[in-house]
Design a protein around this ligand. Sequence first.
Ligand SMILES: Nc1ncnc2c1ncn2[C@@H]1O[C@H](COP(=O)(O)OP(=O)(O)OP(=O)(O)O)[C@@H](O)[C@H]1O
Ligand SMILES: [Mg+2]
Length: 309
Amino acid sequence: MTLPDTSGQPMLTFPEAEKSPLSIRAKALVFIDPRSQQLRQTLERLAPLPLPVLVRGETGTGKELLARHIHKASGRAGLFVSVNCGALSPNHAEAELFGYTAGTYASAAGRTGWFGSANGGTLYLDEIGDLPQSLQAKFLAALENHEVTRVGAGHSTPVDVRLVAASSIDLAQAVAAGKFNERLYRYLREGDLELPALRDRPGDILPLAEYFLGVYSQRLGLAVPVFSDQAQARLAEHPWPGNTRELENVVHFALLVSRGDIIGPEHLNVPQPRALPLRQCLEREIDTCGPDGQAALRQLIEEALARLH
Ligand SMILES: Nc1ncnc2c1ncn2[C@@H]1O[C@H](COP(=O)(O)OP(=O)(O)OP(=O)(O)O)[C@@H](O)[C@H]1O
Ligand SMILES: [Mg+2]
């Protein structure tokens, strides 16, 4: 049983970074909707306090970006270390988190682990609900006592880590189902931030779209196009199940395919609004009518659809 040989390699990586279309570090936080502005105030109040923070939100809402801002606003001198709990190796999660001593796992050198890398800084744990249950109590003890015991060590080492954890699942339910440590949950909830889904802060949609358009245009060396009124309406009415990440991808794609001054709805890779599937269903109904009824039915349907919009 050996850990992958990482000797000579820096321990610190950002596994999510390459998945993200933009370098997250370079990004501003666009928070315009009143709900977001309120959240920004809470964030700024929480950031300098010595409290853990739990960021709750659907996938793609911007949890990691928020966590990076908390770190920046905290004034903590150490690093921001991002770890996806779902990506921890099942057999070596403890060593990855807490480190291990020289000689353990046939490795000449020891490792400080994610905790040690974040010493003096912020440890960001993505999808903390995926933290192996066997480690949750040890993890809480490390945070509460400000010390970790590396795998293979007979003594503990002091660490000063501020935890920001994120979850897209309801941890209260996970606790109720016996899948998450209740004390760890209570510890995390001291600083509780809920990042609403993009559809629940509609005032952010267009400013975010404009922001991504500006960033990607600059990156590609293009003049910044504008969204047509119809495109803006389409952006505003789409429910964004993939949240801000989906919006970012849609804008990037639209910029690539539009190749002009105006981005229209035809450039937006989002499903057609609800009326179209409905229209398709109705077309099928019309087809089943006899030739006489078809025209009358079509007219009635067109009138009803017009009233819907
Ligand atoms: N308010 C915002 N302003 C600017 N960019 C944003 C904002 N929110 C999110 N983004 C961008 O949207 C993308 C998704 O954000 P992020 O990776 O932080 O989401 P997440 O909630 O951590 O996603 P996941 O649940 O998949 O881990 C990133 O490129 C991020 O920089
Ligand atoms: Mg994330």
